[in-house]
Design a protein around this ligand. Structure first.
Ligand code: ADP
Ligand code: MG
Length: 698
């Protein structure tokens, strides 16, 4: 039976409503979904061994005739335990197969049948014979399997992720039916010229081979997902992804933006006031930004710089360049604390230059969410609420978004909807492997601050298990005596019945008792903004010596005199978060330390802490993180507006991604609305869904 790829899976022979529900759990709703549900590994069951030459512990396929099939009760005292025992023979010997408590098999196996068994060969109990426990099986004369013996054994066999209620064998049979019936009806939407130029195999052939590989394919390539057929499917996915990004970017390029004409009046004065000179990397990135700003194409640039690389000053220079040109400029931060801190660092500097700065955070605004005028301010600093709610700008020319790696394609569209088309500059400390950047920010230009300011010594990190925590008090004592400040970070604010985790409130009490001569501060997310601001201010001014906090201080906070950070329950935090937290110390010229205190630890957590101890390099950490967690989770791609990848893998397929990107961008360059490729346009819209209205209206 042939099926259209768009047909619901329940229409496929052998599926029906109940199995369709199980398949839905795997994300399979249509025939097309099933075709793109790839095996996660393969087993070579192609060459059956002779029974006489089997070896113990070998995983293999055996073909033989059933000579006996019976249910036995091996232990008279445990009458409940029943084993179905099958004996098969080829001309060379006998093999036993056993299944526990599956008496129904007695009805299935009959002496004389030819069967194929696949499993691990074991030594029989008290004997020198061979047996297999719970092997997979298939009858060579199985009737409704179509091509006998060619689905579950006797070939390279696909292994799929399954769900409760649906066995590997059942799913594999369904997939076989789907591939037989539908692969041929799937139309290839990639332009033939590209397929030819890249020497890619045909789509239909690829679908058949990733599910039921031809015997000549390398098992290793299949398992790594790099067979030519896998690569073809991965290419299609990456190509569609990049095509969407190219279309978005093209749409933006066509729109007219502002040509700024900064004259250096303010930025020059700012530079003179700085207590340091900018690093070469900062200068290079500033040049990129200013050249974007001068051009009439609206800027969409991502600046990546590891924690402490000095992104704030780069942002400030961009803001002032916009003001110099007669526009307002806004700086958005992901948290109120960070917005406030930016305000604190910037407003003196900027006001000395005669400019007006306004801080707008949720709590400062009136409850009714009334429209707020930007009151003749030159620079407006705030949280995301700035663009999302009713703030009225007079002449907004530039938006800088700090520390927001999840601010993607979608959110930028919000600004456009408000009728604003300012230049945008995104700043992130989350180090992004290049392949990720090309995906998540494939529509952006990209600069990197790859140099830290001079005289920074790397933070020394140690992992301390709970039983050695006694050494922490003297460490704190020493640091404080030197006139330095300390952060102690907790995973939760207060004690609760749900967890046994150490909490910030209890910790704060304990530190106050232990260090009566020291001012111990407390900061967490449930405090009012004014309170938080007060605490951060006191810490910055050095009036607080030890600050107990939660992860509210995670991003951006900058107090160079803080040189010791202790992270309680470090095993609970992810790598990216640990790196961000640690970035709060090591911001001045004196040696800083970070202590990771763990209470009981899993293997994964141990790996994370080892990475932290081993390196301060954000890129290394991001790569390890990507390897431990996978890209979806790491970057919250859902939120960013980027569709999920089901086939391609951004680490494995990095080269393919670059190829796909080049092809996609050049195609959009030639034919921006894909007029000549209606099928491809349809694929693009299906893949990106509503996210890409720009293409449709192009
Ligand atoms: P981040 O990139 O993490 O946002 P910041 O902009 O907060 O880093 O800068 C970290 C610290 O380094 C700040 O105290 C800042 O004043 C200082 N700094 C920035 N640039 C330089 C430089 N070129 N030389 C010396 N110190 C610098
Ligand atoms: Mg910063």
């Amino acid at each position: 039976m042939n099926h259209d790829a768009a047909a619901p899976i329940r229409l496929v022979k052998g599926v029906g409503p109940q199995r369709a529900r199980l398949l839905e759990r795997l994300g399979i709703i249509t025939v097309r979904d099933a075709l793109s549900y790839l095996p996660f590994r393969y087993e070579d069951r192609s060459s059956p061994g002779k029974i006489a030459s089997l070896a113990y512990d070998e995983v293999t396929t055996v073909t033989g005739k059933v000579v006996a099939a019976e249910v036995v009760t091996p232990n008279p005292r445990r009458r409940g335990l029943k084993i179905f025992e099958l004996t098969v023979s080829d001309e060379s010997g006998f093999l036993k197969a056993k299944w526990f408590n599956q008496q129904f098999l007695k009805k299935i196996f009959k002496p004389g049948q030819t069967v194929v068994l696949y499993g691990t060969v074991k030594r029989t109990y008290r004997g020198a014979g061979f047996e297999m426990l719970n092997p997979e099986y298939e009858f060579l004369d199985e009737e409704d399997a179509g091509d006998p013996g060619q689905i579950h054994t006797g070939r390279i066999v696909p292994v799929y992720r399954i769900t409760e209620g649906l066995s590997q064998k059942q799913l594999r049979s369904i997939m076989h039916t789907v591939v037989q019936g539908a692969a041929a009806s799937v139309a290839d939407s990639v332009p033939a010229g590209i397929v030819r130029r890249l020497g890619l195999p045909g789509l239909q052939e690829s679908l058949r081979n990733v599910h039921f590989p031809a015997p000549s394919l390398s098992l290793e390539d299949l398992n790594r997902g790099v067979s030519p057929y896998h690569q073809r499917l991965a290419f299609d996915e990456l190509f569609t992804l990049q095509l969407g990004l190219a279309a978005i970017k093209k749409g933006e390029v066509r729109e007219k933006g502002i040509s700024f004409s900064p004259d250096g009046r303010l930025t020059g004065a700012l530079r003179e006031r700085l207590p340091f000179t900018l690093t070469g990397a900062q200068e290079r990135v500033i040049r990129d930004i200013l050249s974007d700003m001068r051009s009439p194409v609206p800027m969409s640039r991502l600046v990546q710089g590891d924690v402490g690389s000095g992104k704030t000053i780069v942002a400030l220079i961009a803001l002032l360049a916009a003001v110099e040109s007669g526009y307002q400029a806004a700086l958005m931060a992901p948290t109120e604390i960070l917005a406030e801190q930016h305000y604190i660092t910037m407003h003196h500097l900027v006001e000395e230059l005669g400019m007006k700065v306004l801080l707008l955070t949720g709590s400062k605004r009136n409850r009714k969410g009334d429209v707020i005028a930007s009151d003749g301010a030159d620079i407006i600093i705030g949280t995301h609420a700035l663009i999302q709610e009713g703030v009225v700008f007079e002449k907004l020319g530039l938006v800088v978004i700090d520390e927001q790696h999840r601010f993607g394609v979608l959110q930028r569209a919000t600004l456009k909807k408000k009728g604003l088309n300012p230049d945008t500059l995104l700043m992130t400390a989350t180090p992004i492997p290049r392949t990720m950047a090309l995906t998540l920010y494939g529509d952006l230009d990209y600069s990197i601050i790859d140099e830290l300011p001079p005289r920074r010594s790397p933070v020394i990190t140690r992992h301390i298990p709970e039983k050695q925590k006694g050494c922490l008090y003297p460490l704190i004592e020493d640091e404080v005596k030197k006139g330095r400040q300390v952060y102690v970070v907790y995973p939760v604010i207060e004690e609760s019945e749900k967890t046994t985790l150490k909490d910030a409130l209890t910790g704060w009490e304990a530190f106050r008792m232990k260090f009566p001569h020291l001012t111990v501060g407390l900061i967490h997310g449930k405090m009012k903004t004014a309170e938080k601001e007060e605490v951060m201010h006191s810490f910055k001014e050095g009036r607080i010596g030890l600050l107990v906090s939660t992860t509210v201080i995670e991003v951006g906070v900058d107090v160079p005199n803080a040189t010791l950070m202790i992270i309680i329950h470090a095993e609970r935090f992810g790598l990216a978060q640990l790196h961000q937290l640690r970035g709060r110390v090591g911001r001045g010229s004196s040696q800083s330390h970070c202590i990771l205190l763990s209470y009981g630890i899993t293997e994964d957590a141990r790996k994370r802490l080892e990475v932290m101890v081993m390196t301060n390099d954000g890129f290394r950490i991001a790569e390890e993180d990507l390897a431990i967690r996978g890209p979806g989770e790491m970057f919250g791609t859902r939120q960013s507006g980027i569709p999920d990848l089901r086939i391609a893998n951004l680490i494995r397929d990095a080269r393919l991604l670059e190829v796909a990107r080049r092809e996609a961008f050049s195609l959009i360059e030639e034919d921006s609305s894909l007029r000549d490729f209606p099928l491809l346009r349809k694929t693009l819209e299906d893949f990106w869904g509503k996210r890409i209205e720009m293409v449709k209206t192009a």
